[in-house]
Design a protein around this ligand. Structure first.
Ligand SMILES: [Zn+2]
Length: 254
């Protein structure tokens, strides 16, 4: 089965409310390839390695969370950017990317998929007054020690968690999370009453914030925390149009 490129990108943009977000990159079709999509490859970041792997698999289109054309980057087409673009254009393979819309979606989004895989139940948004902000607050399925929580996450992601202790090591239930590089929301998580805040990356000030707010911080990996949304979206496309879907994970320790 297949779908026209146009219908494919339009329906995904509608599904993800893509026009509602103030984002750092264009959401939707970024590189136009062939007119129909039958084999869809998904991955976290449109790196050269992912593009090569997708072409080797005979993809018609590539769907990612981190695409091209980020705000503030140089607009010239040189070096790795030339190679990425020329490989896609020469092979007539489309690239579509959804950034914040894919973090945010209620069921298919990175945050929703992360929580679902760990059995966490969302109670409200990290920013309750902004319906388009990303990040969630909720509860674990049962009270557990932070050490056990780290072990559970490590079983899922197959990489070590960096745990900054917030002090007391009593079992926790209230958790806030935001996939990717959302360590800057740590104060918001504390203000929402979380005992643990989970995001992908960590910065120097994150350590002091965790200690001084008395809230545990877990850096679980930017890539590791954002593997699941694009997979769910690819599976959704496979169901919707009967496409062949292949998720390709290009390891990234960050
Ligand atoms: Zn990200």
């Amino acid at each position: 089965m297949s779908v026209s490129r146009q219908e494919w990108v339009q329906e995904l943009a509608t599904l993800l409310n893509a026009t509602r977000f103030k984002d750092y990159c264009p959401n939707g079709l970024q590189v136009e390839g062939r007119a129909t999509v039958q084999h869809l490859v998904t991955g976290v970041t449109a790196s050269e390695a992912l593009i090569e792997a997708a072409l080797a698999q005979g993809a018609d289109a590539l769907l990612v969370h981190h695409g091209f054309f980020w705000k503030g980057e140089s607009p010239v087409i040189t070096g790795p950017k030339k190679r990425r673009l020329s490989r896609l254009l020469a092979a007539d393979v489309s690239l579509a990317a959804f950034h914040l819309p894919l973090d945010h979606h209620d069921t298919l989004g990175n945050n929703a998929q992360w929580a679902a895989r760990l059995g966490w139940r969302k109670t409200h948004a990290l920013f309750p007054h902004d319906p388009w902000a990303v990040g969630d607050v909720g509860v674990l399925p049962m009270a557990m020690t932070v050490a056990d929580l780290c072990a559970q996450i490590e079983r899922l992601t197959q990489r070590p968690v960096q745990w900054i202790s917030g002090g007391a090591e009593t079992p926790v239930t209230r958790v806030a999370w935001c996939t990717g590089a959302a360590q800057g929301f740590i104060e918001q998580a504390a203000e929402q009453g979380a005992q643990v805040y989970v995001s992908g990356e960590i910065s120097e000030p994150t350590v002091h914030a965790a200690r001084e707010w008395g809230m545990h911080y877990l850096a679980v990996g930017h890539h590791a925390s954002e593997r699941y949304g694009v997979q769910a979206l690819g599976d959704w496309c496979a169901q919707r149009w009967g496409l062949q879907h292949t998720f390709i994970d290009i390891d990234n320790p960050v």
